[in-house]
Design a protein around this ligand. Sequence first.
Ligand SMILES: Cc1cc2nc3c(=O)[nH]c(=O)nc-3n(C[C@H](O)[C@H](O)[C@H](O)COP(=O)(O)OP(=O)(O)OC[C@H]3O[C@@H](n4cnc5c(N)ncnc54)[C@H](O)[C@@H]3O)c2cc1C
Length: 468
Amino acid sequence: MSEFDYDLLVIGSGPAGQRAAIQAAKLDKRVAIVERKVVVGGVCINTGTIPSKTLREAILHLSGYRERGLYGASYTVKQHITMSDLLFRTEHVISHEIDVTRSQLLRNRVETIAAEASFVGPHTLRLNDIVGHGGRDVTAANVVIATGTSATKDGHIPFDVQRILISDDMLRLETLPRTLAVIGAGVIGLEYASMFAALGVRVTLIDKRPRLLPFVDAEIMETLAYQLRQNRVTLRLGEAVSTIELFTDEHGDRVKIHLGSGKQIVAEKALYSIGRTGATGALNLAAAGLSTDDRGRLAVNAFYQTNVPHIYAVGDLIGFPSLASTSMEQGRLAACHAFGVPTKSVPELFPYGIYTIPEISTVGRNEEELTEQGVAYEIGKAQYREIARGQIMGDSTGLLKLIFHAETRALLGVHIIGEGASELIHIGQAVLAFGGSIDYFVSTVFNYPTLAECYKTAAFDGINRLGG
Ligand SMILES: Cc1cc2nc3c(=O)[nH]c(=O)nc-3n(C[C@H](O)[C@H](O)[C@H](O)COP(=O)(O)OP(=O)(O)OC[C@H]3O[C@@H](n4cnc5c(N)ncnc54)[C@H](O)[C@@H]3O)c2cc1C
């Protein structure tokens, strides 16, 4: 019998914590997951990934946006779309996902504890009940910290939930604003900017960096910037926000944003989305011999161990790439490592899905990285409009771009913007993972008519560019 109450205690029930707990349970370990919210699922299910992606789907459907390429810019499924039209779908999906998660944890015999956890010592945690005021101490041989992040709030910004919002507040909007300023053109800021622009809201997007998402292929981001401008988004890049003030005039309650350059932007609402901070404040990390960086994040090694080897940290809490997809795999790998199970996962070859309108997905290296690394590469491109499925769908702006080695033709990267990008990317990801070349796309047969055919067209285009 072990000297500890649990073989593994997981703190946080988001994607990272869930997968760590379920993996340990599958190894027949005594495992519990501690969650301080009344519902399981973390930011992913309750305020981040799932609600924002469902909102996007509701916007695309009700606005008729997908069909406008065929039926014209005035096409719409519903006139006068309201926030309650949009949130109806979101609430339905969230409650279903919470239920699925609960049942998965139950089926795998993971004990779920509704409490806030904090360290008393490296193996001892205090669990303070979230209902009632009780609490108790428990011990665990291993601990996985998966407490995620919350939106970074700067002290000098007068957040009021009504006019100056963080991303969580977007799901509580009662009415659609006519104008929206989005401060911070990271993934979350860009997704919300493009969604509201698709609804006809006048959006201004502000970021101090001169280029949108520098980690994504420049050509793909130029295509997105073009699409945003087509939807009347004003891009204010290379501009820093100095102050934000709330004011009321004859047009109602509004926000005035002062930029360092002297420009002023007036909007009904402002979304402040400049990054996220690790949710470590309540953990009393010092009692376990741990400390964070200035953004509340924990450092880990390749096995997700902190500097205290039996304490692991996974998910958004450890920083880049901060995706639900990678968080799940990190959780699973941490649990495997804790119990000595060898794994073959390659988490560094992950795809990035960016659910802007149009959506973007990317895997492998981009042109800028390869140029910097001195790799001789060539590209091959396919526009969706060249492909029968693209015509049928009315997506005339989609683009799939392959990057491959100019001599060996080995695939080095795939970059896609357009409908279905986040699904299509997995074909390229598999070829990359198995070390394949673009010749695979030439010699294989794809269903017809599909967007997957873009791979073949892009491969032929690449070979033509080689002069072959
Ligand atoms: C608006 C938005 C959109 C996003 N869209 C996408 C997307 O499209 N695709 C994608 O892959 N990712 C997306 N993400 C990122 C994704 O949500 C995160 O990567 C993911 O949720 C991280 O999972 P996690 O398990 O690390 O933490 P979280 O999901 O944040 O879960 C952490 C949990 O820990 C709990 N907790 C914290 N402290 C304690 C404590 N002391 N005791 C007990 N419990 C505690 C919290 O209550 C929370 O439930 C999005 C994020 C946001 C905000």
